[in-house]
Design a protein around this ligand. Structure first.
Ligand code: FAD
Length: 568
């Protein structure tokens, strides 16, 4: 029997440690193993990915490639610039491949893509092996244990998980890798039909017609940001399995922190260092395995007398991730939108008038053009609402790609039910572009939670942009860091600078006026006036939410689908 010739397809698992799929590939004892990354046109052209997340991805790829080469000097991560749906059938033939192995991905788009690839492989006589490794549980099994339903609460996720038995222990990284085989690309490799620049105009169209990034030479190299035509990243947070494992070592070296971690007690205003682990981007790219994280924390918890418990504990945080993956796996594309989604409440939000065409196609049936909402939305996005706590968070997000969970709570509540009354889907799009850790399941799910359309319903409990941050940071250090124009303000006014007497504003070098589009006035810096009077706006939102809850429409109701909800 000839030995297997295996393509190992890296996607959500940019690591060597604890990879059940990689282990399955190595268990075949292959004659050759090709570690491959193919540029997915969906990611390149359709998803909203800012430069910071691109940089993080390239970091992960470079680090993985180096680690592979350390185990076999003839090997590396072979980056190929063509859609998997068109590339693989040619590769299978040219490289005489017998097996294709990859980690299971239950994201809606990934399921579609993978089922096409599996069919092509089967048609080509190539065996396919798919293993779960992205989450603690296989999301499809979690749904089965939840009576076939999406996991819409943490208790459902916990109960379903417990029926699946103990979470498997992580698998060690391999200590050697087989040689790759010949790597001829002398088949008809598709020429790129589009400019290699990645920009929004290229998002529409048939996904498989895009051929990503010609690359300078056919050398399978990880491209640089310049080659991708991207602006330099601004985030200080860098990717890669080596960094992820080092971060995990440092976190778990502090056993008290690990064992007694409780999410609500971590400060959203802490920076350098932040109060939580900041491991989420690594979990997103798979440069850290969630089981490695779970067991490293759990082993410390087990020997600690006063350890905190799920869901607020560190291991409990990972269960929220499982809950959202389970909800998304059950609902597919509908999970990330209101339209057609039976699990979410329909709220007739004010929608800003400029909506990305791709999304408008999905949600356009209940679109309301509202110039005021447009103004709120743009000022929120650009960090110039005039509420320093909100603006500091949005600026940190854009600049660094990560903000603390309660910071995310604050800006999401402010944009939706607790301030601007703008649709949660618009906010989720901004997060999608800027977050390093953007994960469709967690992003959409958490936005639903914060806007009280699903998972959570206490819409009358809103975050104040003044008293909430004051609890954590009386001096306003966080605000001064990200809104430096307010650096000299007295702590009494740092969260409400519009209340400071004008003479003091001048003394502190910054006047409060306008909408934040002007940065200076004469010798003074300028910080915007509040976009609205917060208490009055909050009251208005609560009244509207009450009405919407009373009417009780869901995203899947006929009246929502055909627009007749307006007549109610
Ligand atoms: P830690 O507190 O150290 O938690 C450890 C890990 O648990 C995290 O890395 C993360 O993987 C997981 N986790 C913690 N809280 C949650 C949660 N509420 N939901 C899901 N997983 C959780 N998280 C994402 O990973 N991707 C997203 O796109 C995302 N979008 C969000 C949008 C909004 C509006 C909100 C309110 C939260 C969002 N979160 C998202 C959840 C959470 O804020 C982040 O996971 C967390 O802040 C990441 O920081 P950390 O790694 O320090 O978390």
């Amino acid at each position: 029997m000839p030995k297997p010739r295996v393509v190992y397809w890296f996607r959500t698992d940019l690591r060597l440690h604890d990879s059940p799929a990689l282990k399955a590939a190595l268990d075949l004892q292959p004659e050759c193993l090709y570690p491959v990354w193919t540029w997915d046109p969906h990611y390149v052209y359709r998803a909203r990915v800012g430069p910071n997340r691109w940089q993080f991805l390239l970091d992960c790829q470079n680090d993985l490639s180096e680690s592979i080469t350390k185990l076999n000097s003839k090997s590396k991560l072979f980056v190929i610039r063509e859609a998997p749906q068109t590339l693989f059938q040619k590769l299978f033939k040219a490289w005489n491949i017998t097996h294709l192995v990859f980690e299971k991905d239950t994201d809606a788009y990934a399921r579609d893509r993978d089922s096409k690839v599996v069919k092509l492989a089967k048609d080509a006589g190539v065996k396919v092996i798919i293993k779960t490794g992205r989450t603690l549980y296989d999301p499809d099994e979690l749904i089965q244990q939840n009576y076939g339903k999406p996991t819409m609460s943490i208790s459902q996720a916990q109960a379903a998980g417990s029926k699946l038995g103990e979470i498997p222990r992580p698998i060690p990284a391999p200590n050697q890798l087989p040689d790759p085989g010949k790597r001829n690309l002398d088949f008809d490799q598709e020429k790129p039909t589009k400019s290699p620049d990645i920009n929004a105009e290229q998002r529409d169209g048939d996904e498989t017609s895009y051929h990503a990034l010609a690359g300078p030479k056919n050398d399978f190299a990880v491209p640089t940001m310049e080659e991708l035509g991207l602006k330099p990243a601004t985030t200080p947070h860098r990717g890669g399995e080596t960094i992820a494992l080092k971060m995990l070592d440092e976190i778990t070296a502090d056993e008290v922190y690990t064992a007694t971690f409780e999410k609500p007690k971590t400060a959203p205003t802490a920076f350098s260092p932040q109060a939580t682990t900041l491991l989420s981007p690594h979990l997103h790219f798979g440069s850290l395995s969630s089981r490695e994280f779970y067991w490293r924390a759990q082993d410390i918890v087990s020997k600690h007398k006063n350890a905190s418990k799920p869901p607020t504990s560190l291991t409990g945080q990972l269960l929220f991730r499982e809950m959202y993956f389970g909800a998304q796996a059950a609902l597919g594309y509908k999970f990330a939108q209101t339209y057609g989604n039976a699990q979410v409440r329909f709220i007739p939000w004010h929608l800003p008038s400029k909506i990305d065409t791709a999304t408008n196609l999905i949600t356009g049936t209940y679109r309301i053009d509202d110039p005021e909402a447009q103004e709120y939305f743009v000022r929120w996005r650009e960090g110039r609402t005039g509420f320093p706590w909100i603006d500091a968070l949005m600026r940190q997000l854009r600049l660094e790609g990560w903000i603390h969970h309660l910071g995310r709570h604050a800006v999401a509540c402010f944009l939706t039910r607790g301030g601007c009354y703008v649709d949660w889907e618009r906010g989720a799009e901004v997060f999608e572009e800027w977050l390093l850790d953007h994960e469709t399941a967690c992003n959409a799910g958490n936005w639903q939670w914060l806007s009280c359309v699903a998972f959570y319903s206490q819409f009358y409990r809103c975050y104040s942009p003044v008293s909430f941050p004051q609890k954590w940071d009386k001096e306003g250090k966080f605000v001064r860091r990200y809104c430096p124009e307010l650096e000299m303000f007295d702590a009494k006014f740092v969260y409400e600078p519009w209340k400071a007497p004008i003479a003091d504003q001048k003394k502190w070098g910054c006047v409060v006026k306008g909408d934040g589009t002007t940065a200076t006035e004469g010798e003074f810096k300028v910080y915007p006036k509040p976009v609205f009077e917060f208490s009055a706006q909050r009251e208005k939102c609560i009244r509207r939410m009450k009405n919407a809850y009373h009417v009780g429409l869901r995203g899947s109701d006929k009246r929502v689908l055909n627009g007749s909800w307006r007549e109610l």
